[in-house]
Design a protein around this ligand. Structure first.
Ligand code: SF4
Length: 549
């Protein structure tokens, strides 16, 4: 059988050479799958920024006529909606839709009339969007929401011909979050009467938590009764339901939803004794307790195999095949890779290596002043450009901003410091709207942000993005598999680099200040894609020449 994917390329667009090459390889693989049931059914598509992976994904989805198309970033979901909205059915979480029963108030459907006792069975924008997606040839949604629907809401989502996971380098961390049992400080006080004790191993929480299951179920029934009380029986349902939720009702519904989620995850944790779980319980007084599955191989395997006949995982870079296969419980032989280089010249996306020393916990105090001085010098060298500074953590960002305020007050006034996840969106809007050469500072803008052209002419990678070993899950994952840790670092490095040049007429320079960069390239060259090495290796060589080595 032969497959012609180009026929299904989105209308009105002409495939770029890189897209055509990827599609030709994928067409051969799909033809082989049609002819041979033992042919690899997990196809990895790796393409750097600018190639147009979303067009490749849409071509595959259109060809199949029966696809799930999952994205992990809101930015990407918006892009699919903007560019291909008419061809796909997008569904978002309940909170993104407004209940139609209350035209005078913007009540999200998660708190709509049907969520109340004896509420109406109607079909709101959320239910319609979900049903439309279920019936549509292309069901597009967020990866975490999709996994939640399947697993926790046990929605029947039929097996389709194709599953495409875009930005799949995040798939493991997203599934880990979906299956984590997390209890906030307030929830523990309310449900267990006190914060749970700090125990060393997840298994030690089993007997403690098992005792509370009945109590939580009883609490759930109490909430159901309380909801009935706020709905006084003499009042006809129609009259009561016409009024939007009272504060009390809203709180009770929220508690019920939280309890439902907690009970489901708790039961899953208690039943999954055969898996290894990690305790995440920071030392701060009001910290949340999380029980985190060490791996999601079994969950990923079922997601990928049960949802579709063929799976396509797409990203700028997915890491080493064997590590990926192990992560997702796949047979490495059942995976095929399709990759292309960058469409942009090196002049458009140079890396400049200016090491100040190898940054680590041990060298931090000694080296950070030099890092901050170098950032100040780079800001001064780009007086009229907008830029982005990637810092290793919120603590490092705070120290940088504080240091520059004293060291280089003029430059420091350009900084837009993003000191929390919630500050990201307003800071990005400010950056885009401001006519001044503003510079974003954040530990979390390595991906999911598009700053083309004058929105980013330079970026600074102050520290190599090693995952934080202070996090118990990361430390446990790393101790079981050192390759995984290196691959995660490589993926984060590649994602950060990808911010610099977004399209054919764009350009941006990436400065790397951490002296671990050269060592990482030397040891883990095999983990990095060619289009990254094209820019990184000359940067390291140039420095060696400048130093006269
Ligand atoms: S199903 Fe009806 S009542 Fe429920 S949230 Fe939607 S519009 Fe409101």
């Amino acid at each position: 059988m032969s497959v012609d994917l180009l026929e299904h390329f989105p209308a009105g667009c002409t495939p770029r050479p890189e897209q055509a090459r990827l599609l030709a390889g994928l067409a051969d693989a799909l033809a082989e799958i049609a002819d041979d049931r033992r042919a690899p059914r997990v196809l990895l598509v790796e393409a750097p920024p600018g190639v147009g992976k979303s067009h490749v994904a849409m071509t595959l989805a259109r060809w199949s006529g029966d696809a799930y198309l999952l994205t992990s970033q809101k930015l990407l979901q918006d892009q699919y909606e903007r560019e291909f909205g008419a061809e796909l059915a997008l569904v978002k979480g309940r909170d993104n839709y407004v209940c139609e029963r209350y035209p005078a108030a913007a009540v999200p459907t998660s708190r709509g009339a049907c969520r109340r006792p004896r509420g109406p069975a109607c079909a709101c924008p959320y239910a319609r969007a979900k049903q439309a997606a279920v019936n549509a040839p292309i069901f597009c949604t967020n990866t975490a929401y999709f996994a939640t629907l399947r697993h926790w809401h046990t929605e029947h989502l039929r097996r389709r011909r194709l599953l495409i996971v875009d930005e799949a380098h995040n798939l493991e961390s997203q599934l880990v979050s979906v299956f984590t049992a997390r209890f906030s400080h307030d929830e523990m006080r309310e449900w267990f009467g006190r914060p749970l004790p700090r125990l060393a191993r997840a298994d030690e929480y089993r007997p403690v938590l098992a005792e509370y299951v009945e109590r939580l179920e009883a609490r759930r029934q109490e909430i159901a009764r309380a909801l009935d009380v706020v709905h006084p029986p003499p009042l006809p349902d129609e009259v009561f339901l016409e009024a939007p939720l009272t504060r009390d009702e809203h709180d009770l519904l929220e508690q019920r939803d939280q309890l439902d989620g907690a009970l489901a995850r708790l039961t899953f944790f208690l039943d999954a004794e055969d898996r290894e779980w990690i305790v995440r319980y920071p030392a701060e007084p009001a910290a949340a307790l999380s029980l985190v599955p060490l791996t999601v191989a079994a969950m990923a395997q079922s997601l990928l195999a049960d949802c579709a006949e063929v799976t396509v995982l797409s990203s700028a870079y997915l890491g080493h095949r064997e590590v990926l296969a192990e992560c997702f419980g796949l047979d490495a032989g059942g995976v095929r890779v399709f990759t292309v280089g960058s469409p942009f010249s090196l002049e458009q996306r140079p890396i400049v290596y200016r090491p100040v020393g190898a940054l680590s916990q041990a060298t931090r105090a000694r080296l950070e002043p030099a890092v901050f001085a170098e950032v100040g010098a780079i800001l001064a060298a780009h007086p009229d450009d907008k830029g982005l500074i990637h810092v290793g953590s919120y603590e490092m960002g705070r120290r940088l901003v504080h240091d520059l305020a004293a060291r280089a007050p003029r430059e420091s006034r350009r900084l837009l410091w993003i000191d929390s996840a919630g500050g990201k969106q307003p800071a990005l809007e400010h950056h885009r709207a401001s006519p001044l050469p503003t510079v974003l500072v954040s530990p979390s803008l390595r991906e999911g942000v598009d700053l083309p052209d004058d929105f980013l002419r330079f970026q600074v990678l102050t520290k190599l993005p090693y995952p934080d070993l202070g996090d118990p899950w990361t430390a446990a994952r790393q101790s079981r598999d050192h390759r995984w840790y290196a691959v995660e670092t490589a993926k984060a490095l590649v994602q950060a680099y990808g911010r610099s040049c977004r399209h054919a007429d764009d350009h941006g320079v990436t400065y790397v200040l951490d002296g671990q960069f050269a060592r990482f390239l030397q040891y883990y060259r095999v983990l990095l894609p060619e289009w990254f090495l094209d820019a990184a290796v000359p940067a390291v060589r140039q420095l060696a020449r400048d130093d006269g080595c």
